[in-house]
Design a protein around this ligand. Structure first.
Ligand SMILES: NC(=O)C1=CN([C@@H]2O[C@H](COP(=O)(O)OP(=O)(O)OC[C@H]3O[C@@H](n4cnc5c(N)ncnc54)[C@H](OP(=O)(O)O)[C@@H]3O)[C@@H](O)[C@H]2O)C=CC1
Ligand SMILES: CC(C)(CO)C(=O)C(=O)O
Length: 297
C-alpha cells in the first residue's frame, strides 16, 4: 500500500538526475539521492537561475534501511551493473523503478536487479549538460513520456506541480522508437566530433536521412507506428537546434568514458538482423562507435 506521499529515491545525480532532483526539491519533495561521488550539493542552472540542492549525495548503499515507493534510475546504461547494490537496498516488490535512460530495452535491462519491483521505461526528451564543476545546465523544458499504466500514475503524482512535465502514452513503443531514432542520428556527432551545427551540411543531412531510413525500417518491424516524415523531422530538429548543442554520448566520448553505443545504435543493427533487414549504415557506424568506446588501442 503506497501512501499519498510516496517515498522517492534517485540513483545517478548527473545531467538528467540533477534535473529531476532539483525539480522535486523546488516544490519541497527532495528525494534521497544515491550516487558514486559524494557531491556536497547539486546545482541546476536554468536560464539565469540556479537551483541548489544541499547534499551530500549518499555513496554507501548500507546507509539505506528501507525500500522506497519510487526509485528513479538516471545512471548511464553502461553503469547499470555497478548500480546494482543501490537497487538491491532501495527496491522490493512494491517499488516502482522508473528508468530515466535512453534506449528501448530499459525494462529488460533493469528488471534483473530490482527484487521483483515493477520497472517503468520512460522517454527523456530534454537535453541537459554537465559542466566541469558537476553543475548541470538544463537546455530545454524538462519533459518525460511514460507508458499509460497504473505504475506511471505514481511517477505522475510525484512530479505533479514540478517543472518536469509528464505525458502518458497509449502507444509507448512508437514514442520510444521515435526517440531512439533521434539518439541514433545523434551518434553521428561522435564520429565527427562536432555538435548539432554539423547538420547544416548537405552531406551530413544526406547521410543522416539514409541512416534514419534504415532505423525506421527496423523500428516498424519492432511494432512502432512511425510515418514516412520522421527522418526529415528528426534532421530538421537538429538543424533548428543551437549549433553548440551536443548529446550525452558526445560528452562521454569527449571525456573518454564508455559510450552507450549498443543501446542507441547497436540496437538497430541487432534488431535488423533479427528481422532480416539489411543494415549497411549500422554495419559501418556501430563498429566505429564500439571501438571508440571500448578500444583496444
Ligand atoms: N544528458 C542528456 O541530455 C540526456 C541523457 N539521457 C539519458 O539519460 C541517462 C543518464 O544520462 P546523463 O544524465 O547524461 O548521465 P551523466 O553521466 O551526466 O550522469 C550519470 C550519473 O550516474 C552516476 N553514477 C555512475 N555510476 C554510479 C553508480 N555505480 N552508482 C550510483 N551512481 C552512479 C554518476 O556519478 P558521478 O557524479 O560520480 O559522475 C552521475 O552522477 C543516459 O541513459 C542518457 O542516455 C536522455 C536524454 C537526454
Ligand atoms: C539530447 C538528447 C535529447 C538527444 O540526443 C539526448 O537524448 C541525449 O543527449 O542523450
Amino acid at each position: 500500500m503506497v501512501s499519498d506521499n510516496p517515498s522517492v529515491a534517485l540513483i545517478g545525480p548527473g545531467a538528467i538526475g540533477t534535473t529531476i532532483v532539483a525539480a522535486l526539491h523546488e516544490v519541497g519533495r527532495t528525494p534521497t539521492v544515491c550516487g558514486r561521488t559524494a557531491h556536497p550539493q547539486l546545482i541546476l542552472r536554468v536560464d539565469n537561475e540556479h537551483i541548489v540542492v544541499p547534499g551530500p549525495v549518499l555513496t554507501e548503499p548500507g546507509d539505506i534501511h528501507q525500500p522506497f515507493d519510487l526509485v528513479f534510475v538516471a545512471t548511464k546504461t553502461t553503469q547499470l551493473a555497478a548500480s546494482a547494490a543501490w537497487l538491491k537496498v532501495l527496491c522490493n516488490e512494491n517499488t516502482v523503478v522508473c528508468a530515466l535512460q535512453n534506449g528501448v530495452e530499459q525494462k529488460a535491462q533493469i528488471t534483473p536487479y530490482v527484487a521483483g519491483a515493477e520497472v517503468l521505461p520512460s522517454v527523456v526528451w530534454f537535453p541537459a549538460q554537465r559542466e566541469p564543476d558537476a553543475s548541470v545546465w538544463l537546455r530545454a523544458a524538462p519533459r518525460l513520456t511514460l507508458p499509460d499504466t497504473p505504475a506511471a500514475k505514481r511517477v505522475q503524482t510525484v512530479l505533479q506541480g514540478t517543472r518536469c512535465a509528464v505525458d502518458l502514452s497509449p502507444d509507448f513503443i512508437s514514442v520510444a522508437w521515435r526517440k531512439l531514432l533521434q539518439n541514433a542520428a545523434a551518434g553521428l556527432m561522435v564520429l565527427s566530433g562536432r555538435r548539432a551545427g554539423m547538420f547544416s551540411r548537405n552531406d551530413i543531412t544526406t547521410l543522416a536521412m539514409d541512416y534514419l531510413q534504415e532505423c525506421l525500417a527496423v523500428a516498424r518491424a519492432e511494432g512502432a507506428t512511425l510515418g514516412d516524415a520522421v527522418p526529415q523531422e528528426i534532421v530538421a530538429g537538429f538543424q533548428r537546434a543551437p549549433a553548440d548543442l551536443g548529446t550525452s554520448i558526445l560528452a562521454d566520448r569527449q571525456a573518454g568514458r564508455p559510450l552507450e553505443w549498443d543501446i542507441r545504435n547497436g540496437v538497430v543493427q541487432r534488431y535488423g538482423k533479427k528481422h532480416g533487414i539489411p543494415t549497411p549504415f549500422s554495419d559501418v557506424i556501430v563498429p566505429l562507435l564500439a571501438a571508440g568506446s571500448d578500444g583496444p588501442g
